[in-house]
Ligand binder design. Structure first.
Ligand SMILES: *[C@@H]1O[C@H](CO)[C@@H](O)[C@H](O)[C@H]1NC(C)=O
Ligand SMILES: *[C@@H]1O[C@H](CO)[C@@H](O)[C@H](O)[C@H]1NC(C)=O
Ligand SMILES: *[C@@H]1O[C@H](CO)[C@@H](O)[C@H](O)[C@H]1NC(C)=O
Ligand SMILES: *[C@@H]1O[C@H](CO)[C@@H](O)[C@H](O)[C@H]1NC(C)=O
Ligand SMILES: *[C@@H]1O[C@H](CO)[C@@H](O)[C@H](O)[C@H]1NC(C)=O
Ligand SMILES: *[C@@H]1O[C@H](CO)[C@@H](O)[C@H](O)[C@H]1NC(C)=O
Ligand SMILES: *[C@@H]1O[C@H](CO)[C@@H](O)[C@H](O)[C@H]1NC(C)=O
Length: 199
């Protein structure tokens, strides 16, 4: 009798262990959909996303943690890093302010679902700004964001004030944008940046 109970407990333990090892199907559905939203948005800006983000496929069995440019925490399965630098994969030096062709605007609310995001690299994208003010403010939903690289885009001073809401930010890189003047003193994060002034 005792032995039977022990055996049952053991079996239950094994089942739970098996579920823990095999049950993690990869990324969270909300995060997968948010990434697909971004891909669709990039595509709507005229970029060839089938080539540029080819591993980002709209298939519920596809684990977005294995997609290019995406990193997850292997324990939690949440997306923690997005390397969306140089989305167009252009020659990085040629890209720089040779002209202002193909400037596009980003919808930051797409990143809102990625609650565990720690690093976001949007550098070298020729992003001209955001869709509207409330959109950029949704970035403040990213309570864990520590590293934000916005360098080599066309961001102007209007992004500075909303950035102040990113309380966990440790590194903000704003090199090569079109900012003017001196920074408002904020004292909430380090600003490791050299400014390109518009002239
Ligand atoms: C989704 O991915 C699975 C496994 O990679 C594949 O077998 C299936 O055909 C795909 N479904 C669609 C609709 O592409
Ligand atoms: C993954 O998440 C767990 C739980 O939040 C955390 O303890 C761990 O440090 C994270 N791992 C990495 C590599 O960030
Ligand atoms: C972001 O991407 C750029 C361009 O590839 C790279 O030079 C830079 O080091 C990256 N930033 C961070 C914080 O990793
Ligand atoms: C993006 O930046 C990382 C470094 O953070 C670099 O390894 C990678 O090659 C860059 N991707 C592109 C397409 O430039
Ligand atoms: C600064 O960027 C914002 C957001 O993209 C835009 O609405 C605004 O017109 C820009 N301001 C200047 C002075 O270019
Ligand atoms: C950002 O912070 C300002 C005050 O610094 C506040 O008025 C605003 O509501 C905050 N925005 C969000 C989206 O949290
Ligand atoms: C940014 O500057 C701070 C203070 O000087 C420094 O501690 C930190 O390591 C720097 N971060 C990077 C990514 O260079």
């Amino acid at each position: 009798m005792e032995l039977a109970i022990l055996a049952k407990c053991l079996l239950l333990g094994l089942v739970i262990l098996w579920i823990q090892i095999h049950g993690n199907k990869g990324c969270f559905e909300t995060e997968r959909l948010a990434l697909l939203d971004f891909k669709e948005f990039v595509g709507s800006n005229g970029l060839d996303v089938d080539y540029l983000l080819s591993s980002w496929v709209d298939n519920s069995t596809s684990d977005c943690c294995k997609w290019e440019r995406v990193k997850c925490n292997s324990t939690t399965g949440h997306v923690t890093d997005l390397s969306l630098n140089n989305t167009r994969q252009l020659d990085i030096e040629r890209v720089l302010f040779s002209d202002d062709e193909n400037v596009w605007f980003v919808k930051f609310s797409m990143f809102q679902q990625l609650k565990e995001l720690r690093g976001l690299n949007l550098s070298y994208n020729r992003i001209g700004g955001f869709i509207d003010d409330t959109d950029f403010e949704t970035l403040s939903e990213l309570k864990k964001l520590e590293v934000l690289d916005l360098s080599a885009n066309y961001f102007n001073n209007s992004i500075l004030s909303p950035l102040n809401n990113l309380t966990s930010l440790k590194t903000l890189i704003l090199r090569r944008n079109v900012m003017e003047g001196s920074f408002p003193s904020k004292g909430m994060f380090y600003l490791n940046s050299s400014l390109r002034t518009s002239n």
